[in-house]
Design a protein around this ligand. Structure first.
Ligand SMILES: [Mn+2]
Length: 304
């Protein structure tokens, strides 16, 4: 039963489209589980929170002391990471909620996550390691040197239960990221993620999820076998539950898609492609034509 379960994510407006796609992929499998999205940004007149597939939680609502200072010290990426433990703690305090999964907005959910919620019947904290198998020292990234810098566990997924250990963990994580959510390997810091290295040593009830189908990302590909399975894929012969499209920048992706389409197929409606990928640009601009990209859609000079 998932009547005490929730899921949450954090984005700024530049990743709103990712949050929508993530929320829709999650809701397909868990229509009754509430989805919370912390907006590390201001809504302005950019979108209507009431029309989104999630409840928008303002940054002001999650109990961050001296919020202007907190925001000012960080880049957008660092701020999104630093706000994460505050959001999880906030959601955990909502009446009736005692199991919270945090998932990055660049995650696609392909099956129900009931097994993860069930693990929170027995454990307080769930973490997924980047490397759940040995990887060769072949110089390819990511290898152990990269993981030593960025962190043993991937912070794109965390599960927490509302109990003494879960609450202690969140209080501690909030304290750490209040001033030290910095992406700087020279300081031994990589945003909120590097802090997770010490969590199994510090807190009771930590469970490392090593099943192949959870939080599969580019770091998994050197030691997992991905194979086709009907419309989907299997990971080491097991079902894929969620994939983390980490490291893929939406704007770069759009540019690459457009660049690939443009050369020999100029009659394609590239404007439609751009607008479809940048969903926040809906409705489709009236000037979008068969071979013209509206001025307000970013594109390489020289293309139309
Ligand atoms: Mn991510």
């Amino acid at each position: 039963m998932l009547n005490d379960a929730a899921v949450c994510t954090v984005v700024s407006k530049n990743h709103l489209a990712l949050a929508r796609a993530f929320a829709e992929s999650f809701r397909r499998h868990h229509p009754g589980v509430p989805i919370f999205m912390l907006l590390a940004d201001r809504v302005g007149d950019y979108f209507s929170p009431s029309r989104e597939p999630f409840e928008v939680v303002p940054l002001e609502a999650v109990g961050i002391p001296n919020l202007p200072r907190f925001c000012f010290q960080y880049s957008v990426f660092e701020l999104n990471c630093a706000a994460k433990p505050y959001l999880i703690r906030h959601v955990m305090k909502r009446p009736g909620i005692s199991k919270v999964l945090y998932l990055d907005s660049d995650v696609g959910v392909y099956r129900g996550l009931d097994e993860l919620y069930a693990l929170l019947d027995r454990h307080s904290i769930l973490l997924t390691p980047h490397f759940a198998g040995d990887v060769p020292d072949d110089g390819h990234k990511p290898g152990f040197p990269n993981i030593r810098e960025s962190g043993v566990y991937n912070a794109g997924f965390v599960g927490v239960r509302r109990d003494a250990s879960g609450e202690r963990f969140l209080d501690w994580w909030c304290r750490r990221v209040y001033t030290e959510c910095i992406a700087d390997p020279r300081l031994g810091l990589f945003v909120d993620q590097k802090w997770l290295d010490v969590v199994p040593g510090l807190f009771d009830g930590v469970h490392v999820v090593r099943q192949p189908g959870y939080n599969v990302g580019h770091w998994s590909l050197s030691y997992r076998t991905i194979s086709p399975d009907g419309d989907g894929v299997r990971v080491d012969g097991q079902p894929l539950y969620f994939f983390h499209f980490s490291g893929l920048d939406l704007d770069d992706l759009c540019d690459q898609v457009l660049a690939r389409m443009l050369p020999d197929r100029l009659d394609d409606d590239v404007a439609v492609v751009a607008v479809r990928l940048h969903r926040q640009d809906q409705p489709r601009p009236p000037e979008a034509g068969p071979i013209s990209i509206p001025d307000n859609v970013d594109h390489e000079p020289g293309t139309r």
